[in-house]
Ligand binder design. Structure first.
Ligand code: F6R
Length: 610
């Protein structure tokens, strides 16, 4: 939700800020703006819509300056418009603010400021911050910001500049991410690591209630109360190239193709030398603790939530502990029953999703142990959890999650085997069989992409003009149907719904008529007969059925209109393979419909508001 950048150094800030915004555009793309300090004044440029609109009003000469801030917006308070775009200035343009988050008490603050003759030009909550700074400024920006922060309620990360102190940026964090990139006498402020990766891998990750005063002489860290903070520099292990498109037309396609490599990273270091054991060095869990857990809750949003549904099947099967999977935005509002005998697993690619973070805090407050599965090292959710397992997918830029999802699945596979080993619910032979199958998955995914991409690109033609599509499956295949439907709807805007195949006849079958596209996922041998009957039910209503099936299943294949085959693996491990053709299908349908694939309408990659 909204991307913030800031720069101070001796290079031209314009191109650095624009490049940073480009890397953060996945966080929001309703409008964008930059503000640079130049010769005693601040120049502000803003445009509605994507960054490319802002690029059109910026030239090689303008704006000038080596200090500035930038912002890419996902609208919350106030529609996308130039006045509502950031950076915001106060009454006399002496102060500038860019902000991510929500100021919950802004209406009250705004009324007070308006009574004091402050003139507001936008409908945003952000604008109160800059007017408050104006009100509180007595020659020192950080002191003014401290007094302002004491009045704010809500979640925020913001960066402020003052014309009277041109060589200074003041950045504050409360519940919204913020990092400071460090290079020789050049400093960067950003909402996320990809924005600074091109310049440096060394960063400070701000914690809540912390402030950074950034000048060309260095960075001073303190709490908002003014106590000095001594923080270690965190060195990112991502490669700058990971945040580039590398010749692909879209990040989503690049990230689909990166999946074999991402899977290898997720497995790497987590198997014993003789492949007989799964190892999680980063975890501190004893057999007694696993034995103690009476229940596991998996809590997440969207695609991460879908990975949890697959995990329920795995954990219940292998570890024999009941698992509940919850949508994070619902979880804490229904007083969930957890205690010290519960393990709560929260899953989040960004590590910043507000609802998942709130669920984590709820689970902790009830005494549950919280294990986070995350991708972005140093993000809030992993830092607040009791224990962390990283999926090592690398930076995911496309809004539609692909490689993070597949790596979440891989980590759940590994964790399920690991827990089962600790609890003694899996035999040595079965462990070795599953590990062998897991090790094959990266190559199988690579081969599957190679073998099926062209066919799926052609198959996409028959979906381009459809208004709706149905995804059906049983067991783990149902979980993948949910993910396949989400991928299709979020990037192609085709109404897509997923159903447990046996549930269709309880209502939804009424929607199935001639040529309605149905995607049947049928990889679970143990319930294939039932699935086959469900396929026939929709075929009897003349639906057009594409099946995602295991290679060699002649009986099912014969009955389908179109077939996408996946290589064979252990029945409980099919999900990593099954989802790949569905990701590709969503991609090619969206491409042929001319949709904005990496930045679908109304969405943003990191949802840091509730
Ligand atoms: C869909 C998608 C979202 C995210 C969800 C949770 O493709 O990416 O549904 O999965 O917003 O995000 P994280 O995992 O960052 O908590």
């Amino acid at each position: 939700m909204c991307g913030i950048v800031g720069y101070i150094g001796d290079s031209t800030a314009r191109s650095i800020l624009m490049d940073g915004l480009n890397k953060l555009e996945y966080r929001g793309y309703d409008s964008a703006g930059i503000a640079l300090y130049n010769q005693g004044q601040v120049e502000v440029y803003k445009q509605v819509g994507k960054l490319e609109n802002l690029e059109q009003v910026i030239t090689d000469e303008k704006p000038q300056g080596t200090v500035g801030v930038g912002h890419t917006r996902w609208a919350t308070h106030g529609r996308p418009s130039v006045p509502n775009s950031h950076p915001h200035t106060g009454c006399d343009d002496d102060f500038v603010v860019v902000h991510n988050g929500i100021i919950e008490n802004y209406l009250q603050l705004k009324e007070e400021l308006q009574e004091g003759e402050h003139l507001f030009t936008s409908e945003t909550d952000t604008e109160v911050i800059v007017h408050l700074i104006e009100e509180e400024y007595r020659g020192n920006l950080e002191s003014a910001v401290r007094r302002v922060v004491a009045k704010l309620e809500g979640s925020y990360a913001f960066v402020a500049m003052a014309v009277q102190e041109p060589q200074k940026l003041v950045a504050v964090r409360q519940d919204s991410p913020l990092i400071i990139g460090l290079k020789d006498q050049e400093y960067f402020v950003a909402s996320d690591i990809p924005a600074v990766l091109k310049h440096t891998k060394d960063v400070y990750i701000l914690d809540d209630e912390e402030m950074a005063v950034v000048t060309q002489n260095g960075v001073e860290l303190s709490t908002v109360e003014g106590e000095t903070v001594d923080k270690e520099v965190f060195t990112v292990d991502w490669d700058p190239g990971m945040a580039e498109k590398s010749g692909y037309e879209h990040f989503m396609l690049k990230e689909i193709h990166e999946q074999p490599e991402a899977l290898r990273r997720a497995i790497s270091g987590r198997l014993s030398n003789d492949n007989s054991q799964v190892i999680f060095d980063e975890l501190n869990l004893s057999p007694a603790e696993i034995e103690k857990y009476e229940k596991i809750y998996i809590v997440a949003c969207g695609t991460a939530y879908h990975s949890g549904i697959v995990a329920k099947y795995l954990l219940e099967d292998l570890v024999e502990i009941p698992v509940e999977v919850d949508i994070a935005s619902e979880f804490r509002y229904r007083d969930p029953l957890l205690d010290e005998n519960t393990l709560a697993i929260v899953v989040s690619q960004s590590g910043e999703t507000a609802d998942t973070l709130a669920a984590l805090r709820e689970a902790k407050s009830k005494g549950a142990q919280v294990l986070a599965i995350g991708n972005v090292v140093g993000s809030t959710i992993p830092r607040e959890a009791d224990q962390v397992v990283y999926i090592h997918a690398g930076p995911e830029i496309a809004v539609a999650s692909t490689k993070a999802y597949i790596n979440m699945l891989m980590v759940f596979y590994l964790l399920s085997i690991y827990f089962a080993q600790l609890k003694g619910t899996i035999s040595a032979t079965r462990t070795e069989e599953l590990i062998q199958a897991l090790k094959n998955l990266p190559n199988q995914v690579a081969q599957l992409i190679k073998d099926s991409e062209d066919t799926i690109a052609k198959l996409a033609d028959s979906y381009v003009d459809q208004n709706s599509a149905f995804f059906i499956g049983r067991g783990v295949d149902y979980a993948i149907a949910l993910e396949g439907a989400l991928k299709l709807k979020e990037i192609s805007y085709i109404y897509a719904e997923a159903y447990a195949a046996g549930e269709l006849k309880h209502g939804t079958l009424a929607l199935i008529e001639e040529d309605v596209p149905v995607i049947a996922i049928a990889t679970q041998e143990s319930i294939m007969d039932k699935m086959f009957s469900n396929i026939q039910e929709v075929q009897a209503r003349e639906a057009h059925v594409t099946g995602v099936v295991l290679a060699g299943n002649e009986e099912v294949t014969r009955s389908l209109d179109r077939v996408i085959e996946i290589p064979s693996t252990e029945e409980i491990l099919t999900s990593i393979l099954t989802v790949v053709p569905l990701q590709l299908l969503a991609y090619y349908v969206a491409l042929k419909r001319g949709c904005d694939i990496d930045q679908p309408r109304n969405l943003a990659k990191s949802v840091t508001v509730e």
